[in-house]
Design a protein around this ligand. Structure first.
Ligand code: 8X3
Length: 259
């Protein structure tokens, strides 16, 4: 389908996992894409893959969203025809470490807070300005079940996702007199590189997180993002929480033991 022809969608963290799936889903709806991520060679790979799916524009730019100056530069360097972002998908996010607060590493906290909270704020600030001037747009944040229930050893990551919920709700109130929609899509267990990053490349430990359950896929989440983005303009999907069927929330997960 081509429900988003002529719409411009900006996605952060677009080279892997949920961000990359969102890019594919929006490309297959004919949208123009602006893709941000840290690594240029991965952006090139994604761009080449997506070119086959869409005749829309695909523009990629390396961006360190934790650096406000860099976000300002990259946004102001957008090509003229892509400056009017219709849909912003704030996807970039990560967790580093899984320890009690007393044992946590401040450098892990810094990168998690800088990316998930400050990075999301920086990009939102730069993009919502234009949306407000045009009285049109849609901000879609990728939150988490970790923004609804905390779990032991996840304190800082959970704090960042509670922050995403707070920012989403605040923005929705601030923009209530406009036509701009604000959504948060909050998944539970999704099998991506997330746990690998959390456990610093310990792939055995990462795999264990998803053992005994059928986790969500990045496409499941992208499907929810696209649903929110394709409702009629008077409908705001404010919040979607999605989990695998055997996950009730952050703390209640039914896993089948291997024989
Ligand atoms: C990721 C889900 O359960 O690892 O946002 O916190 S969880």
């Amino acid at each position: 389908m081509n429900r988003l022809n002529n719409k411009t969608v900006l996605i952060t963290g677009a080279t892997s996992g949920i961000g990359k799936s969102c890019a594919r889903y929006f490309a297959s709806e004919g949208a123009n894409l602006v893709l941000f991520a840290r690594r240029e060679h991965l952006l090139d790979e994604v761009k080449n893959e997506l070119k086959k799916l869409t005749e829309g524009d695909i523009y990629t730019s390396p961006c360190d969203i934790t650096n406000y100056k860099n976000v300002q530069q990259v946004v102001s360097a957008l090509p003229e025809q892509l400056k009017k972002v219709d849909i912003l998908v704030n996807n970039a996010g990560l967790a580093k470490g899984l320890e009690p607060i007393a044992d946590g590493l401040p450098e892990n906290w810094d990168v998690t807070i800088d990316t998930n909270v400050k990075g999301l704020l920086y990009v939102t600030k730069e993009i919502v300005k234009g949306m407000t001037e045009r009285n049109s747009g849609h901000v879609i944040n990728i939150g988490s079940t970790a923004g609804h229930d905390v779990y032991p050893n996840g304190g800082v990551y959970c704090a960042t996702k509670y922050a995403v919920k707070a920012i989403t709700q605040t923005l929705r109130i601030e923009l209530v007199a406009t036509s701009i929609r604000v959504t948060t899509i909050d998944p539970g267990l999704v099998e991506t590189n997330f746990s690998n990053v959390r456990f610093n490349g310990d792939s055995e430990r990462a795999k264990n997180v998803y053992k005994g359950i059928t986790p969500l896929t990045p496409d499941d989440v992208a499907d929810a993002v696209l649903y929110a983005a394709t409702r009629p303009p008077h409908v705001s999907i404010n919040e979607v929480i999605l989990t695998p069927v055997n996950q009730a929330n952050s703390n209640f997960v039914h896993k089948v033991k291997a024989d």
